[in-house]
Design a protein around this ligand. Structure first.
Ligand SMILES: [Zn+2]
Length: 591
C-alpha cells in the first residue's frame, strides 16, 4: 500500500522517518531535516526541502553521502550486499546481466572515475522517464562524465542522488507522474521525424517545411485532436493551431494564446520549443476528460519556424501572427537553392493568406509560453521551475581589427600591430564588463585570423560580438562601453577596425500580472517562485509586441545544455509544468 501525504504529515516523528527510510542511501539525516518543516504542501515541497538540506550541509557531509553509494555493477552488486533499493535499480537497468566485455568496461570506468574524483560514479539508472536506461546509455554517460571538472562532477553526482530519491519517493507514495510520462512520450514520438542526413545518424534536425517538418505538423495535429481540441488547423505558414472553446455560457469570450515552436536546430534536443506545445495540450486534455470548459478560449499554437535554420527568417511562425512577415524573404534560397516561395508552395501553403494570420490583440487575454531553460541555473539550484522576468534584449556585431602582418621572428614586441591581440583584449573586456552588471552577458563567439600562419604576426582578426541584457537601456549601456573600449584598443595598438551591427532585438519584459500568475502557480505547488531573465530569444518576444506575455522555464538536465542531443528534462518536471499551467488557467478562470 502506498503512503499518502496526509499520513506523512500526521505521523509521529519516528513513523514519518520510517516512511522516508532509504530515500538517500544510508543517509537518513536529509529526510529528518526536511521532516522538521512539516506539514508538506506536496511531494514537490518535500523534495525541495531535502535538496535544500543537502545544499546547506558541509562539503564533507555531501561527499559522505556520495561515498555511501555502491559502485555501479561493482563489488557490492557481485557479492549481493547492496541495499534493497540499489539491488532493484541496478537489476532493472540490466547491470546484473552484463556481458563479460560490458562488465570489464564498467570496472575500468569505475577505476578511472574513482582515481580522478575520489568517489564512486552515481547515476540515476531509472533515467529521466523513470523507465530505466539501458546498458549502452549507462556506459556512454559514464564515459562522458569522466571528462567533467571535479567541482561540476560532484554537483552532478548530488543531482543524480536527488533524482534517485525522487524516484524512490514516487515508488513509496504511488506518485508516478502519469501526465508527465505522457508528455515525455509525445516528445519521443515527435522526435522520430528528422531531416535526411541526420535521421540516419540518430540525430534530430527538423528545419522548415522539410518532409520531417511536415510529418511533425501531422503528428502534432493528431495529438491535439486526440486530446480533445475542438478545432485543429494548419495555417498559411505551417503553424499548427488548436483551439479549445470556452464554455457556451461565456459572453463574447476572449482567447488565451500559448505555444512554442516545433522546428529544431541541426542535431538539436527534443524539448526545445516542443515542451511549450505539449504542456498546454496536456492541460486541454485534462479539461476535456473532465468535460470542463473555461470562460475563455485556449489557442495552442505549434509554431512552424523559430530557429532560422533553413532560411534566414527567424521567428517566421510567431512573426506571422503579428503581421511581421517580409515578402522579400520569399526569394531567399536554402543550401539546395530552393526558394522559400517554392518550399511553401510545395507544402501546399497559401502565401496569399499570410497577411490574414495577423491576430487582433483586443480578442486576446495574453500569451504564455513554457520552455526548457536552455541554461544551467535551475539545474544548479535544484529547482524544477523558474518564472521569467524578461527576455533579454540583444545586439550583435561582426567586426575586424586590421593591423600589420609581419615576421614573427624579426618584428620586436614594441613594433607590432597585432590584430589578434587587439581582439583578445576586447574579449577579456567583454567578460569583465558584462560581469559588472550581474545579469548581462557578452560573448565573442567567432574569432579568426584569416589566412594566418604560425610565423606571422596576425595582420587581420575577425570577430563577432553578442551582447544581451534584460532591459534595452542596460543593453545599450553595455554596447556603448564595449564600442568605447574597441576604439580605445584600436588607438592604443595602432590598428584599424571595421564593425557592422547585424542584429538588434528589444528586451521583452514579462507583463507584471502574468508573471504574478506564474509565480502564484509555482508557489501553489509548494515550490519557491524563482525569478530569472531569459538569455535566449523565444516566440514570446514576438507576441510581446502586441499583447502581454510571460514565460515559465523548466529545468534542463546535464547542466541545462541545449541545442544539443544531450538536452533533457524529466517526466516529473514535465508533470510539474503541466500542474503549474493548470493552476494558471484556474486562476485566470476565477479572476
Ligand atoms: Zn526554443
Amino acid at each position: 500500500m502506498a503512503y499518502t501525504l496526509e499520513q506523512l504529515n500526521a505521523a509521529s516523528p519516528a513513523e514519518a522517518a520510517a516512511m522516508l527510510d532509504g530515500l538517500y542511501e544510508h543517509t537518513p539525516w536529509i529526510a529528518a531535516k526536511a521532516l522538521e518543516q512539516r506539514p508538506f504542501q506536496s511531494l514537490a515541497h518535500l523534495k525541495h526541502l531535502m535538496a535544500q538540506a543537502l545544499s546547506q550541509s558541509s562539503q564533507e557531509a555531501q561527499l559522505a553521502l556520495i561515498r555511501a553509494h555502491p559502485e555501479l555493477a561493482g563489488k557490492a552488486m557481485v557479492s549481493q550486499s547492496l541495499t534493497a533499493e540499489s539491488t532493484h535499480e541496478q537489476g532493472k537497468a540490466g547491470l546484473t546481466d552484463c556481458s563479460p566485455e560490458e562488465f570489464a568496461r564498467i570496472q575500468q570506468l569505475n577505476a578511472d572515475y574513482n582515481a580522478k574524483f575520489g568517489f564512486p560514479f552515481i547515476l540515476a539508472v531509472r533515467g529521466p522517464r523513470g523507465a530505466g536506461l539501458n546498458r549502452a546509455q549507462i556506459i556512454e554517460t559514464f564515459a562522458r562524465r569522466l571528462d567533467n571538472h571535479p567541482d561540476f562532477e560532484r554537483a552532478e553526482a548530488l543531482r543524480n542522488i536527488h533524482r534517485i530519491a525522487e524516484i524512490r519517493l514516487a515508488d513509496k507514495f504511488g506518485a508516478e507522474p502519469v501526465v508527465g510520462n505522457q508528455v515525455w512520450d509525445w516528445h519521443e514520438r515527435l522526435a522520430q521525424h528528422s531531416d535526411p542526413g541526420y535521421a540516419e545518424q540518430g540525430q534530430l534536425t527538423v528545419t522548415y517545411l522539410t518532409d520531417a517538418h511536415r510529418a511533425c505538423a501531422v503528428r502534432i495535429s493528431q495529438t491535439m485532436r486526440d486530446a480533445g481540441f475542438d478545432e485543429v488547423a494548419l495555417d498559411a505558414v505551417g503553424n499548427v493551431v488548436g483551439r479549445y472553446r470556452a464554455a457556451p455560457t461565456a459572453q463574447n469570450p476572449k482567447t488565451l494564446m500559448t505555444g512554442s515552436h516545433y522546428d529544431t536546430v541541426r542535431n538539436g534536443g527534443k524539448y526545445d520549443g516542443r515542451l511549450g506545445i505539449f504542456v498546454p495540450v496536456a492541460c486541454v486534455q485534462a479539461l476535456h476528460q473532465a468535460d470542463r470548459r473555461l470562460p475563455f478560449d485556449i489557442e495552442v499554437i505549434a509554431f512552424a519556424e523559430e530557429e532560422g535554420q533553413r532560411y534566414k527568417a527567424t521567428f517566421l511562425g510567431s512573426g506571422a501572427l503579428i503581421g511581421d512577415f517580409h515578402a522579400e524573404w520569399l526569394d531567399q534560397t536554402d543550401a539546395d537553392d530552393v526558394t522559400l516561395r517554392a518550399a511553401m508552395q510545395h507544402a501546399g501553403l497559401c502565401i496569399d493568406d499570410i497577411p490574414k494570420l495577423k491576430r487582433d490583440p483586443s480578442r486576446y487575454l495574453g500569451f504564455v509560453e513554457v520552455h526548457i531553460e536552455q541554461g544551467p541555473v535551475l539545474n544548479e539550484l535544484n529547482l524544477p521551475l523558474g518564472v521569467v522576468t524578461s527576455i533579454n534584449g540583444s545586439i550583435r556585431y561582426v567586426g575586424e581589427f586590421i593591423g600589420q602582418a609581419s615576421h614573427a621572428g624579426t618584428t620586436p614586441m614594441d613594433r607590432r600591430r597585432d590584430a589578434a591581440c587587439a581582439a583578445a583584449e576586447l574579449a577579456l573586456y567583454l567578460e569583465e564588463r558584462a560581469a559588472q552588471d550581474g545579469d548581462s552577458v557578452a560573448t565573442m563567439g567567432l574569432l579568426q585570423v584569416p589566412s594566418g600562419s604560425i610565423n606571422v604576426v596576425p595582420g587581420r582578426c575577425t570577430f563577432s560580438l553578442d551582447l544581451r541584457a534584460p532591459h534595452d537601456s542596460q543593453r545599450d549601456a553595455l554596447a556603448g562601453d564595449v564600442l568605447g573600449k574597441l576604439g580605445q584598443i584600436a588607438r592604443q595598438r595602432g590598428v584599424a577596425y571595421k564593425l557592422e551591427e547585424t542584429m538588434r532585438a528589444s528586451a521583452a519584459p514579462s507583463d507584471a500580472s502574468w508573471q504574478t500568475r506564474w509565480e502564484n502557480a509555482v508557489q501553489s505547488l509548494g515550490l519557491p517562485a524563482f525569478r530569472m531573465p531569459s538569455g535566449a530569444g523565444h516566440d514570446a518576444m514576438k507576441l510581446h509586441e502586441v499583447m502581454p506575455q510571460a514565460m515559465l522555464f523548466v529545468r534542463g538536465e546535464n547542466a541545462g545544455i541545449s541545442h544539443n542531443p544531450l538536452e533533457s528534462t524529466n517526466a516529473d518536471d514535465m508533470e510539474l509544468a503541466v500542474r503549474a499551467m493548470q493552476r494558471l488557467l484556474e486562476d485566470l478562470a476565477t479572476s
